[in-house]
Design a protein around this ligand. Structure first.
Ligand SMILES: Nc1ncnc2c1ncn2[C@@H]1O[C@H](COP(=O)(O)OP(=O)(O)OP(=O)(O)O)[C@@H](O)[C@H]1O
Ligand SMILES: [Mg+2]
Length: 291
């Protein structure tokens, strides 16, 4: 009896803290995840999110869940100001003290926001192991934030640890980029198995948006064809028809701290990612163009 009173009191005092009021949107959440490094996760997360803001007029938040903080680095020249400031790991650590939306940075693209870089996420991932309900932390932290956006894109670290599992539990869909290198391809199975496990336990509505082939080198047609056959044998219709080729404009854009639509809007990469964003908007059920 005493214990339940104590719990009630704790909840009451939490509720009395000032929280962000709910908005009128209901974001669909896409996690971009792969077990391997350097397969284009960050490039894909940033490019899709930017396309949804620029070309579809949507309010989009990129959650940089990778302690390497590559999202903020990738768009650093476009970041305007931190509204609330603060680290994502602090928001996750202290649950409802601040909302993720309150720490997000605005960019010069209307409606395109990113969470600030946070190397502290590494420490958070190590410490969260002992937390009760550790897989649900991000999902809860996005409950109000998702009412302020049409879409949230989560850029995951290159392994299946506590942070990636949190992203899978929070997401409506997961997109799995892979290059055609054998080692990258072998990581797809592990990620899809993790998604399957999360779907059958903590997040029954999780769907696979698809396996996205990145850095497809148009010159290696024989290698491409055999890896593609293998991928289609293993993953069938999960392999997306839209591929991302090799375009060094993407690497140069990242160096310049700009997304591809700012840096090289007429590049081949801008075309591929623009088309991909439109296809994924459809699969994810995002609202139609509003501008
Ligand atoms: N299609 C592409 N063509 C050419 N370069 C690319 C392409 N996609 C990504 N790159 C470059 O490859 C590098 C790795 O890409 P990115 O950072 O998106 O991968 P990642 O999977 O997020 O890596 P990490 O696992 O380290 O987070 C970057 O320098 C990026 O600019
Ligand atoms: Mg990355």
């Amino acid at each position: 009896m005493r214990m339940s009173l104590g719990v009630a009191r704790a909840n009451r005092s939490r509720k009395s803290q000032k929280l962000l009021s709910p908005g009128s949107r209901n974001a669909r959440i896409l996690a971009v995840a792969a077990q391997k490094g350097g397969v284009g996760k960050t490039t894909t997360a940033v490019s899709i999110a930017s396309a949804w803001s620029r070309l579809h007029g949507l309010h989009v938040l990129v959650v940089d869940l990778d302690p390497q903080a590559n999202v903020s680095i990738s768009v650093r020249s476009q970041i305007l100001a931190n509204r609330g400031g603060g680290a994502l790991s602090d928001v996750l650590e202290n649950e409802k003290r601040l909302e993720v939306a309150e720490i997000a940075a605005e960019t010069k693209v209307d409606g395109f926001h990113v969470t600030p870089m946070d190397p502290g996420l590494q420490h958070f991932e190590d410490r969260m192991v002992s937390r009760i309900g550790k897989e649900l932390i991000l999902r809860k932290a996005l409950e109000v934030t998702r009412t302020h956006y049409d879409a949230i894109v989560i850029d995951c670290p290159p392994h299946i640890g506590g942070l990636t599992v949190n992203a899978l539990v929070a997401a409506d869909q997961v997109l799995v980029p892979t290059s055609l290198a054998a080692l990258s391809v072998s990581g797809v199975t592990g990620l899809l198995e993790a998604a399957d496990e999360v779907q059958s336990t903590l997040n029954p509505q999780l769907e696979v948006a698809g396996v996205l082939l990145t850095r497809v080198d148009g010159r290696s047609t024989r290698v491409n064809a055999s890896v593609l056959d293998m991928l289609e044998d293993s993953f069938g219709a999960l392999v997306l028809p839209q591929h991302i080729g090799v375009d060094n404009a993407l690497a140069r854009a990242q160096l310049a701290g700009e997304d591809i639509f700012e840096f090289a809007p007429s590049s081949r990469a801008a075309g591929w990612y623009g088309d991909l964003a439109t296809q994924l908007a459809d699969t994810l059920g995002l609202p139609g163009r509003v501008t």
